[in-house]
Write a new protein. Sequence first.
Length: 152
Amino acid sequence: MIHTKRLLSEPSAEGLSDLMRTQQRLVEEMLFRTIELSALVDSGQHRFIGRALDDLERAERELGRTELVRAAMTEAILGSEAGTEPGLEDILTAIDDDASAAIQRTADQIRQTLGEIDRVRRDTAPTAAERVARTRRAASAATSPAGLYGRD
């Protein structure tokens, strides 16, 4: 992981590019964990769902922290005007072409991966809710007196 204090003490386009690559890795981790969670639900391996959710939440928290650092770096590189928060386009126009191209590519990859996460979540949610409900009904039936002692 990139050292946050160093990045903020020496803000640069290269440091920003490195930080955004870290964000891309975290978004990829979130996609992986989302797919993993979907597979666990599909396969009925509910005992591991809590662990998968914890891993997903950890990646989301880390991404949030890197987003704060990215915003601070962007402001430090550009200087901040009262009441305005610089965006991606602002930084891309203020830095050299090589760094700008790298940052743009990474930003595009992050957007694409976030879109994939949304698709997986959207496609999985209805079937996951249905499978969880079915599993709960089956568990409830298995622990009922008739389920425990067999049906005659």
